[in-house]
Design a protein around this ligand. Structure first.
Ligand SMILES: [Zn+2]
Ligand SMILES: [Zn+2]
Length: 815
């Protein structure tokens, strides 16, 4: 009898050995090709839960696989540790955010070690420590010098609960705080911004990077570039100083279809041009609109409303007088506070026109249109009609032609607008990197000199949120000398958005202890860009967006020579428990510690990878984990149990065994390369089932093919179950370490499926022949035959009356 598989004994043993030997430490002198594989670093919110393991263990498996394939792999880990969640948690518990955060790091580090990953702990990065945030501040100064950071008074998103401003990216579509779901209000404040809009066009381009389509779409929509025209409508008939209303439209091709215009109820013109008989109704509507929230007014779900003000504007393209309405869905703060309405080609305008009996005019004819009335707006392409000299133009061409005409006449111009706004980075909270600026009565805004960095976050500040930065009340922090004239001056008391810290952590890992700058340029040149970045899709318009902006800015400042930080991006799915997303607030979080103690880290790793395709996630189920642990036990026994019998396996059986081994190598290799962990594990299970049967035959004792099969199984399993593989590798008589072995290579002629010629008969006559794998199933053979072009032409659309299959020989189709 062999010893039992005991993960709680072997896992800590090997983790200690790997660490003692620095097995996974790496350097830049290697003659292997470099590979930078990065998992989004965890936030220091407390315990790691199974969702963290789901992000980290498949990533580690892939990194280990690439390491065995001969790459010099950097797969580091660190902690994202500044910001609101840590501060709020600390306040709730009455402890200092620094203590709360560092205690969490100690615990999370311990948990992370149990995964058995190849993290090189000497490269750990912690964003809330001065040796890191010193450089976060340094980058701020570089942005300031480059004109990419500026201070301005602007309406800001204010969360009354978090008591701080939020970036647009941190406000949900429902207008709520992304962290606490409180409705966000607007407040005019002096704030620091980064000029991210300078990169709007470039941020929409994802050329040369391999990213999921949906993330690219989310980023493009976030930038929200729209091309269109500014068009002037004439109101000179009212004898006012203002002679025109300017509107922006993305559809200048439909300008002949304008049947009314809509102004924001608070538009200053309303009072001046409203007809006397409409005044009462208009005043009532304006008053009503004033009491609606902006969110309600912009809601696309809500029915549009409006009233006629008894005034007209002239459409300069066709001379038509267009009635002017007011409607609460038009906001004065967006664009010009006026829109043109084209009910024929905009569904929302169509709905309002129907409701208010306004005319619908067709100016873009869909294909095959014969002059009939529209039952709904036609928003798609077509040919311009009822549009004067533009009739007959395809509408896309028409857009350009109308703009050219407007520009020639001086009645408008082509313009581009963006939804993207500059990134607001000031936070009125304690737990962040202080913004390194000083206000002097004489010199104005002065940057802290680089040699005086870091501007340390004072430990003794009262950090409870009051709506103003807590640093404001910390006299020892606020009062300083002006770096320029030396007179008394005051420090900026806002801290930076924590997304600023995660903008560059991937640049720090290549030289985490470098003191002469944020990174050693030679090392960044060697490792960057990140070859594979894995993490959640929820970061699409925040971290992943900001980090791209930051990288492009650093390129233009001349600090790096690339503009995209992450070559390939992969978003893992989520682990669900009882049909619910795991979350701390629901209290349905699975803690990995107990599972690791009971079943071993290798079983947890393998089970998470088996649960479903990695990009989709799956349902957590304890019995599934037990099943995985059982399978690892079978692998153990298969490799170590003494084989019975002494008879040889025989030539054919040896050949088949080698075929199965090499076929499995190819499958596991290809699946690992594509991050298809679940099918990789299914193939390994199939292989072990097969090996189990071979072993039962009692003929494997002196078989070289059997020895090869078991060695291969251990090597193929090494990236997924690193501890078990290390232990087995030693026990079957090999030198330490399995993780320094090359990944097995299959021999094509052995991996290839044996094939045979499948004869296809129709009514007993041979009509076709095709090569098929020897292992083809009856169903696949029938399908293969029925899908042949020749067979289809004989069938001519009719179903076959009967299909007969003779294994490894023929299919006979009876018509
Ligand atoms: Zn909030
Ligand atoms: Zn000064």
């Amino acid at each position: 009898m062999i010893e039992k598989y005991n993960p709680s004994e072997i896992e800590p043993k090997w983790q200690a050995r790997w660490q003692k030997d620095n097995l996974y430490s790496i350097n830049e002198d290697s003659d292997r090709p470099k590979l930078y594989e990065l998992t989004m670093f965890p936030y220091t919110s407390g315990d790691l839960h199974i969702g963290h393991w789901y992000a980290m263990s498949p990533a580690d498996t892939h990194a280990r696989f690439m390491r065995m394939k001969g790459y010099n792999v950097l797969h580091p880990i660190g902690f994202d540790s500044f910001g609101l969640p840590a501060e709020n948690a600390a306040i709730k518990r009455g402890i200092h955010p620094f203590k709360w955060t560092m205690d969490n790091i100690v615990n999370m580090r311990r948990q992370l070690r149990t995964i058995g990953a190849i993290y090189d702990w000497d490269r750990e990065v912690i964003t809330c420590l001065p040796e890191y945030y010193r450089w976060t501040q340094w980058f701020f100064l570089k942005f300031w010098e480059a004109g990419l950071a500026y201070r301005a008074k602007a309406p800001a998103n204010w969360c009354p609960k978090c008591q701080t401003v939020l970036a647009n990216e941190q406000v949900t579509a429902a207008g709520e705080c992304e962290r606490c779901d409180t409705p966000v209000i607007r407040k005019d404040l002096e704030q620091w911004f980064f000029r991210i809009t300078k990169y709007a066009d470039e941020l929409m381009q994802h050329e040369g990077i391999d990213w999921p389509e949906r993330v690219k779409i989310m980023q493009r929509n976030w930038v929200g570039r729209s091309e269109g025209a500014d068009i002037s409508f004439d109101i000179s008939e009212y004898g006012l100083e203002q002679k025109e209303i300017r509107i922006f439209t993305t559809r200048p091709d439909t300008v002949f279809g304008v049947t009314f215009m809509v102004l924001a109820p608070e538009h200053p013109l309303v009072e001046k041009i409203t007809a006397p008989e409409c005044k009462k109704k208009v005043a009532e509507y304006v008053d009503w609109a004033r009491h609606q929230t902006e969110i309600d007014r912009l809601s696309t779900e809500r029915e549009k409303t409006g009233v006629f003000i008894g005034a007209y504007a002239t459409n300069r393209l066709n001379g038509e007088r267009v009635p002017i309405w007011i409607g609460d869905y038009v906001l004065l703060s967006y664009g010009t506070g006026a829109v043109m309405a084209v009910p024929g080609h905009d569904q929302r305008d169509f709905d309002l026109a129907r409701k208010c009996n306004l005319p619908v005019k067709v100016v873009i004819a869909p294909e095959g249109w014969n002059g009939e009335k529209f039952e709904a707006a036609h928003e798609g392409p077509g040919t311009m009609v009822n549009s004067g000299q533009f009739n007959g133009l395809p509408n896309e061409e028409g857009k350009k032609a109308v703009i050219a005409f407007l520009e020639k006449k001086g009645h408008g111009k082509g313009t581009v607008t963006y939804r993207l706004r500059d990134w607001l980075i000031s936070r009125q909270r304690y737990w962040g990197a202080p913004i390194p600026m000083v206000y002097c009565q004489t010199c104005g805004i002065v940057a802290v000199p680089e040699k005086d960095l870091p501007v340390l976050l004072p430990e003794d500040a009262e950090f409870k949120p009051t709506g103003e930065s807590p640093l404001k009340y910390c006299q020892s922090f606020v009062n300083t000398a002006c770096p320029k004239c030396g007179k008394p001056a005051k420090r900026e008391t806002d801290t930076m958005d924590t997304f600023m810290c995660s903008n560059w952590y991937f640049l720090r890992y290549p030289s985490p202890k470098y003191a002469k700058g944020p990174f050693d340029p030679a090392k960044v040149k060697y490792w960057m860009p990140v070859d594979l970045y894995t993490g959640g899709v929820e970061h699409a318009t925040m971290h992943l967006f900001y980090a791209r902006f930051f990288t492009k800015a650093l390129r233009d400042i001349g600090l790096i020579d690339f503009g995209e930080p992450f070559k390939r991006l992969f978003n893992q799915g989520t682990i669900i428990l009882n049909k619910q997303k795991m979350s701390k607030s629901r209290g349905n979080v699975v803690n990995p510690d107990n599972l690791v103690a009971e079943h071993g880290a290798d079983a947890v790793r393998a089970y998470l990878m088996f649960i479903g395709p990695w990009d989709q996630g799956g349902d957590w189920n304890d019995s599934g984990l037990v099943g995985m642990a059982r399978w690892l036990n079978r692998v153990w026994a298969l490799a170590l149990d003494e084989a019975a019998g002494t008879e040889p396996l025989g030539e054919d059986a040896e050949k088949e065994l080698r075929h199965q081994t090499h076929k499995t190598i190819k499958k596991v290799h290809d699946d690992l390369e594509r991050l298809h962990f679940n099918t990789m594990l299914a193939a390994l299970m199939e292989f072990t089932n097969y090996l189990g049967k071979v072993k039962e035959s009692g003929r494997v004792k002196n078989s070289p093919a059997w020895t090869e099969a078991i060695e291969t199984l251990v090597l193929l399993l090494a990236p997924t179950a690193p501890h078990l593989a290390e232990e087995l590798w030693e026990r079957i008589g090999h030198a330490y370490s399995v993780h320094n072995q090359s990944f097995p290579v299959w021999k094509a002629e052995l991996a290839a499926e044996e094939e045979f010629t499948l004869v296809i008969q129709i009514n007993g006559k041979v009509r076709d022949k095709v090569m098929a794998p020897a292992s083809i199933s009856e169903a696949d053979a029938r399908e293969l035959a029925l899908n042949r072009e020749k067979v289809k032409s004989y069938l001519n659309g009719r179903p076959a009356a009967k299909v007969l299959y003779v294994p490894r020989r023929l299919v006979n189709i009876v018509i």
